[in-house]
Design a protein. Structure first.
Length: 325
């Protein structure tokens, strides 16, 4: 099942999610908060995480009046983390539009993100109860840990793949796992909650690896933001780590020198770094690693009943490694 077919299969629920996002998520009596929220929502996005919550909920018997608001809450949390990320990373584009902090300032961006978090918590408590709230709270703790670990490792001489995986597990995979987990929780199928969470975790690892790959290989217009951001920030992501594990001494020294060069130099040496990574199989190895996580996600999905929803979940897994943005 391709991504359009997956989207069509959950269209009714996604339309209801959009209503919750605008009516409960972005709406505030303070106009500035509403403006920032609407700016983020107007940029669209794939609504990838809400689709996971919806499908997990359907597979586990979660009624629409619970799975829809829970799906909206996951998107609110995701958008809040993006607001924070763009400020920390000094990003200029988000989904092809000016980053919110450029339009309203860093302070407004931080406060709008906090507002999104608080709205999400209200929705989760009402629709999923304390059990769902505990899952989300642990995940938010992990996200902060992941972001801080990434920040502390900027500028290091080299990063091991184990540390990279630890960062992306916290920073990305846990939220995608949580999207599946809280969708499954209210459905009364306790035997399917763990497979749902495990599916999301494996999918999340593949998602971030593919994201890191696209930052070097994607078409900038399709991606909706500048490519090469990770390299310009001096980040060790899997394409670099994998290439360094395979290259000879001369290429190794050259790639590390480029990555550790001053920011103004990195802005002009991206193409050279990309060539070195490709030459030393960094892109191929990253794609292979992402594929291994997708295989494990599909294996976890085998616990679900056969049918359209399970095929849709597998379709989302295929989309993660086939996507261009």
């Amino acid at each position: 099942m391709n991504i359009q077919a997956v989207f069509d299969s959950v269209r009714d629920d996604l339309e209801a999610v959009e209503g919750v996002l605008h009516e409960e998520g972005a709406s505030s009596r303070v106009p500035l908060l509403s403006s920032v929220g609407e700016h983020i929502l107007a940029a669209g996005g794939k609504r990838f995480r809400p689709m996971l919550t919806i499908l997990s909920g359907r597979l586990c018997g979660t009624p629409a009046d619970k799975r829809v608001p829970l799906a909206a809450s996951v998107e609110l949390i995701h958008n809040a983390t993006l607001l924070h990320d763009d400020i920390v990373d000094e990003a200029t584009l988000r989904r092809g539009r000016p980053a919110a902090h450029l339009l309203w300032g860093d302070n407004a961006g931080v406060l709008a993100a906090n507002f999104h978090f608080s709205r999400a918590y209200e929705i989760i408590l009402k629709a999923g109860g304390l059990a769902a709230l505990r899952v989300v709270n642990r995940t938010l703790n992990a996200i902060v840990e992941g972001e801080l670990l990434q920040f502390l490792n900027v500028g290091v001489k080299e990063m091991k793949e184990e540390r990279y995986r630890e960062i992306i597990l916290r920073k990305t995979a846990r939220l995608i796992s949580t999207a599946c987990h809280i969708g499954a929780l209210p459905g009364g199928r306790e035997d399917l909650v763990e497979p749902a969470a495990r599916f999301g975790l494996e999918l999340g690892m593949a998602f971030q690896m593919t994201d890191d790959l696209l930052d070097y290989t994607a078409d900038e217009q399709a991606l909706g933001k500048r490519v090469g951001a990770d390299f310009r920030e001096g980040k060790f992501t899997l394409p670099v780590i994998a290439a360094l594990s395979r290259c000879g001494e001369a290429d190794r020294r050259a790639l590390l020198d480029l990555l550790h060069g001053p920011p103004e130099a990195r802005a002009h040496s991206f193409d050279r770094a990309r060539d070195l990574i490709e030459k030393n199989e960094g892109f191929a190895l990253t794609s292979r690693a992402a594929g291994e996580h997708i295989d494990r996600a599909v294996e976890a999905a085998s616990a679900f009943p056969e049918g359209e929803e399970r095929q849709a979940l597998i379709g989302l897994a295929t989309f993660v490694i086939d996507r261009a943005h």
